[in-house]
Each structure stands twice: as structure tokens, then as C-alpha cells.
Design a protein around this ligand. Structure first.
Ligand SMILES: Cc1cc2nc3c(=O)[nH]c(=O)nc-3n(C[C@H](O)[C@H](O)[C@H](O)COP(=O)(O)O)c2cc1C
Length: 614
């Protein structure tokens, strides 16, 4: 907490020579304030509305700048507004460099272009295409550029608050940007923030002194209009998260707005899951019959397109792209029972491999143009933070389910919540198709137990050889599942209890992920037996969840077919895979996308003037 927000402490005389003056001054300042009742200091309605209006209508602008010069007095007003920002210890660490010179702007625009190209080169297929359509800087389209800087040393070592949190200097300069942005909007001036720079490179190009950092590069100019929504939202790149997702009551995770009931994310998600839209499905089926091809000739893909339309509530459904595979990784206490020849460390090692781009999931994702996100939901080993890894560890692995429940109910709920929040975040980030993936040594044993618990299947039929175990290990695996079922006597009507009894954290998180996708009416392509077991838990919580689910493939694990049949889903491919990671689902991704594209793009007999079969 910055010092100025702490309860006042007795100043140390030798360190703060003018402490008594300061106190005296602040007493005097307080004395000059006439006490107000709550609400009395409020602005008149019209002025309050103007404040909220400028906040709501401020836009980051990149298109439609006009070449008209910006009057100097207007620039002075906007800069004065920026200069009134709050700052740590009143250190006012900002400076503003006003750039109008064309040659200088051309040099800076070239820097930004290079980083734009580098960023574009690292994007997966559909994202790269969407990015290509976006404009991300207007350095040359605007008559004025303003660089907001930060001097983290200004004010010396006793700057209040900054000594514990050096970043507060940067935060202060950002607040100056916010003031400038709002004042500019009120003046009818568009502002675009460009951050496609290497900070040191930009600082050198601007010939900044060593101790001065760049905080923001802003492009200012009159505009033809202000968009009602962020351009990135209109372009489908990302969505605004509802404010209720962002506000927590007392503790992180207890989401809810003041004065409203706390949000129960799982209950909310379950309540939002609805059956498919019958009218959209009928329209899609009818359109398939009118498309320039023999009726039914697209086989299963016709049904896929009809289901996509039902899920979206629109015919044709939007294309399920960009897509993102979320690989949920966790360890299992049941590993101690000798159910696999692989050591537990392999989970963490494979996570590192996913993040380095070296696993099969990375190859298939690259081929299909999908993004890979890895979620540590319970890997036994501590993992270093790296880009692409979401750290959401509930615990370092579950307990051995032959000895007691694998996790507590609270842990199962926490993992479910992680999954549904990740689904929401990935959809808010612009993904239109989610793909399930998993990593967890021993997780086929946990999956078999879950499938038996939810379907009543015989452990000997539902248990498979996983990564390829010998006969003795296989027999032990079946016995472990039998012992677990005997110990816990699971009640399939209590899905959270079943997950807690046997599940891995990745199963519970995947169940939440699938529910989260269904609640947002975004298709989710299921991978193999681990996802199948998780989907059974999801369907037990919300039966209509299956409307969003597409079975990517059939794994050779026998439990997977049992799960799919209970879910009423037909696998799209059957290639004898038994790898997990999301690999089978990724192979099905182009099939689901092609089904949607055919429904959207293929001409009908009437529109194309093609004669129908007699
Ligand atoms: C720190 C920061 C850096 C940004 N960098 C860029 C950028 O490099 N290029 C760009 O086009 N927009 C950039 N933006 C603008 C955001 O994309 C934009 O604020 C966001 O989409 C929300 O839209 P709105 O500002 O219109 O509400 C940046 C915004 C912030 C706050």
C-alpha cells in the first residue's frame, strides 16, 4: 500500500526535518474545507453525466483521422489536463514530448512497422488473418504525436510510496495519459496509443536521457467520428468482459457487484446453458438441402453445420475461428499405485515441451492455425512463469483415490471455476472455438474411474492401456479402479462429489471449460478419454452442455467410446490415436470449420441458377 494511504505514524524527526511544518500545513488545509454531508459535493446531474459520458465515449482511434492542424491552445488544455494527474508522493514523474516533424515521425513509424511484422509472423492462422485487417498505429496519419515519459528518479529517494513500489512512478505517468485521453475526447480530438515498440529502441530514437523511460506513444488528431465500441471489439478481436466478472467482494474469486448477491460462477454458467435453437437448426438443414450439391452428400458435416447453427442461434453460424486449445495439466496421487510406467516428473517436462513448441499438440495446432494455451491446474512440480502458461495450480497434484478422495469438494469447485473462467477469458480474447487438451501422468486411470462412476460401466471394460502398459500393470490398473469405486461408492447425481473422489484437477477444470464454452454458445471440440470423462461431469451438471460439444476423435482407450455413447456424440475422426494433449481434437478442427464455411459460403440452387435433380 502506498505510504500516503497508511494510517499516519509519528514522523522520525531526523529523517523528516520539516515534518512538523507538513503536519501544520495539512491541518490548515483541512481546516479550510467546509464539512459536507454525503452527496453534497456531488456535481450537478448534467456535469456528472458529462463525466461518465466522456469515460464511456473515449476511444482508442486509429482510423478516420483528418489532416486539419490541432490548434496550440487546445493542445495546451489537453496537456494541462494530463499534468493534473495524481502521482506517487506528488512526484509528477511525467514529461510530454510533442512531435509534429514529419521526418521524425517517419523514422518512428518504421520502428513500429517492424514490430508489427514480427508480431504478425508469430500469430496462428486465423489470428494472423484477423490481425492483418487491423490498423494498429496512425503515426503518420495524425498531425501531432505526444510521447508521455516517466522519470523514476524524480523527487529523490524519499518520494512517498515509491520506495516500496517503484512501479508507482510508471502508474502515475499512465494516469497522465488517461487524463489526456479523456480531455482530448471532450475536445473532439482522437487519440491512438501505439505500443509496438522496443522501449530502448524508441528511447534512443527520441534521444531521451538515460533516466527517462517511455510510457506511451500517442497519436492525436481530429477525426471524422468516434466509434461507439472499441475497434477491436467491432472487428471481433476481443470482447468487453462484464463488470461483474471484474469485481470481487472482500476476497479475490468472490465475484459480485456491491449491493448485489455474490456471483456463483458455476451456477451462473449452468443457468446460461440452454438447448440448441430449433429454428436455426431447421434453417440450416433446409439450407443444406438447397446448397449446390446432392442432398446429404456432406454426410456427417451437414449435421455438424446444423448443430453449429443451433448452438449459435443463427443460420449460417459464425465461423468457428480463431480457435484455441487449452491444455490443462495436473498430477495424480493414484500414480503411487503403479498404474503407469512413466514417472510423474514427465507431466512437468511435457508442460515445458508444450511451452517450447516441441510437442505434437504444437505441431497439430500450427497446422490447424490454432493457438496453444497451457494451464497448470495442479502439476506436482513448481513451474517457472513463462508466456503461454496460465498458473492456476489448485494443489501440487491430487491425493491417491484408493486411500481417500482425490481432492476436497472445495478443490473440485475451484478447479471447475478455473476451467470456466479460462473459457470465458479465451472467448473474451476473441476465440470462437475452444479445443480441449490435457496432460497428466496417470490420468487415464482417473478417467476410467470417472467414466465408471458416471455411466456404471464395468472397470474391466472402461479401463485401457493408456500410454501402453504391460499385462501386470493393466491388471493393477483395473484393480485400482475397482478399489476406488468400492471405497467411494460414487453418486452420479453428485457430479462435484464424483470429481472430488476420482478426478484429476485437469478433469474438473476441463468440465468447467466445457461448461464455460457452452454458456457462451461457443463450440468446444473434445479430445480423447480425459475430455470424455470431463464432459460426462459437465453433462451431469448441465445436460444441455452437449449442444456445444463436438467429439473430435475416438481414442483407442475403451472408456472413451463408453463416454461418447453416453454423451450421444459421434467422433469425427477415428485414427487409432491415444496421445491426448488435444491432438485428436485439433485434427477435427478443420472439419468443424469446413462444415461451418460450407453452410455459409456454398451457393444455393436458386442463387447460382443450377438446375436441381428431377
Ligand atoms: C497500454 C496500452 C497500449 C496500447 N497499444 C496499442 C497499440 O500498439 N496499437 C493499437 O492499435 N492500440 C493500442 N492500444 C489501444 C487498445 O487496443 C484499446 O484501448 C482497446 O482496444 C480498447 O479500446 P478503447 O480504447 O477504444 O476503449 C493500447 C492501449 C493501451 C491502454
Amino acid at each position: 500500500m502506498p505510504d500516503e494511504h497508511r494510517a499516519p505514524e509519528a514522523p522520525h524527526a531526523s529523517e523528516t526535518p520539516h515534518a512538523s511544518d507538513t503536519l501544520h500545513t495539512s491541518d490548515a488545509a483541512n481546516a479550510s474545507i467546509t464539512p459536507h454531508t454525503p452527496g453534497e459535493s456531488r456535481y450537478p446531474d448534467e456535469q456528472r453525466e458529462a463525466v461518465y459520458r466522456v469515460i464511456a465515449e473515449r476511444r482508442d482511434v486509429r482510423q478516420g483521422f483528418r489532416p486539419d492542424p490541432v490548434p496550440a491552445d487546445l493542445l495546451r488544455r489537453v496537456l494541462a489536463a494530463a499534468h493534473q494527474a495524481p502521482s506517487v508522493g506528488f512526484s509528477q514523474p511525467w514529461d510530454f514530448i510533442v512531435i509534429t516533424d514529419r521526418a521524425r515521425r517517419e523514422q518512428i513509424a518504421a520502428l513500429a512497422r517492424r514490430h508489427r511484422d514480427e508480431f504478425a509472423a508469430g500469430l496462428p492462422g486465423a489470428r494472423a488473418r484477423a490481425f492483418d485487417r487491423l490498423k494498429i498505429e496512425s503515426i503518420l496519419d495524425t498531425p501531432v504525436n505526444i510521447v508521455v515519459t516517466c522519470d523514476r528518479t524524480r523527487g529523490g529517494r524519499h518520494t512517498l510510496g515509491r520506495h516500496v513500489q517503484p512501479r508507482t512512478a510508471d502508474f502515475s505517468s499512465v494516469l497522465a495519459v488517461a487524463n489526456l485521453w479523456l480531455a482530448a475526447r471532450a475536445e473532439g480530438l482522437g487519440v491512438g496509443w501505439v505500443s509496438f515498440f522496443d522501449e530502448r529502441e524508441l528511447a534512443a530514437a527520441l534521444r531521451l536521457p538515460e533516466h527517462v523511460e517511455v510510457i506511451a506513444y500517442l497519436c492525436l488528431g481530429y477525426v471524422t467520428g468516434f466509434a461507439p465500441e472499441p475497434e477491436l471489439a467491432t472487428a471481433g478481436w476481443a470482447r468487453r468482459r462484464p463488470v461483474s466478472w471484474a469485481v470481487h467482494a472482500e476476497e479475490f474469486g468472490r465475484r459480485g457487484l456491491p449491493g448485489e448477491e455474490p456471483v456463483d460462477p458455476l451456477a451462473d454458467v449452468i443457468a446460461a446453458i440452454a438447448p440448441p435453437d430449433a429454428a436455426a437448426m431447421t434453417a440450416a438443414a433446409e439450407r443444406q438441402d438447397r446448397m449446390t450439391k446432392p442432398r446429404g452428400s456432406l454426410g456427417v458435416l451437414e449435421e455438424v453445420s446444423v448443430r453449429l447453427a443451433g448452438l449459435a442461434g443463427a443460420c449460417p453460424a459464425p465461423l468457428p475461428e480463431p480457435a484455441c486449445v487449452a491444455v490443462f495439466a495436473a498430477d495424480h496421487g493414484v500414480h503411487a499405485q503403479g498404474v503407469t510406467p512413466w514417472p510423474q516428473e514427465v507431466t512437468a517436462q511435457m508442460v515445458a515441451n508444450f511451452l517450447a513448441g516441441g510437442a505434437v499438440v504444437n505441431a497439430f495446432a500450427a497446422q490447424a492455425g490454432a493457438e496453444v494455451t497451457v494451464v497448470d491446474v495442479g502439476v506436482a512440480a513448481p513451474l517457472e512463469p513463462v508466456p503461454g502458461l496460465l498458473p492456476r495450480k489448485i494443489a501440487p497434484g491430487t491425493a491417491d483415490f484408493t486411500q481417500g478422495p482425490a481432492m476436497t469438494r472445495e478443490q473440485a469447485m475451484a478447479a471447475l471455476t478455473v476451467g470456466l473462467e479460462i473459457a470465458r477469458d479465451l472467448v473474451a480474447a476473441g476465440n470462437r472455438c475452444l479445443v480441449t487438451g490435457d496432460m497428466g501422468i496417470a490420468n487415464t486411470t482417473a478417467s476410467a474411474a470417472l467414466i465408471c462412476a458416471f455411466t456404471g460401466a464395468d472397470p474391466a471394460e472402461a479401463t485401457g492401456r493408456g500410454t501402453g502398459v504391460d499385462a501386470a500393470t493393466y491388471a493393477r490398473k483395473v484393480d485400482v479402479v475397482c478399489r476406488g469405486l468400492a471405497l467411494h461408492r460414487p453418486d452420479p447425481a453428485d457430479p462435484v462429489g464424483v470429481l472430488a473422489a476420482f478426478g484429476g484437477f485437469e478433469h474438473a477444470a476441463l468440465a468447467g471449460f466445457i461448461l464455460g464454452a457452452a454458456a457462451l454458445r461457443v463450440p468446444v471440440i473434445l479430445d480423447g478419454v480425459i475430455s470424455g470423462a470431463a464432459a460426462l461431469a459437465a453433462a451431469a451438471l448441465a445436460p444441455d452442455v452437449t449442444a456445444a460439444c463436438f467429439a473430435g476423435h475416438r481414442s483407442v482407450e475403451p472408456g472413451h467410446a463408453i463416454a461418447l455413447s453416453r454423451l450421444g456424440l459421434s467422433p469425427l475422426v477415428d485414427l487409432g490415436l491415444r496421445l491426448g494433449e488435444g491432438t485428436g481434437a485439433l485434427l477435427a478442427l478443420p472439419l468443424v470449420q469446413s462444415a461451418a464455411r460450407a453452410l455459409r459460403d456454398v451457393a444455393t440452387f436458386d442463387s447460382a441458377g443450377v438446375t436441381e435433380k428431377q
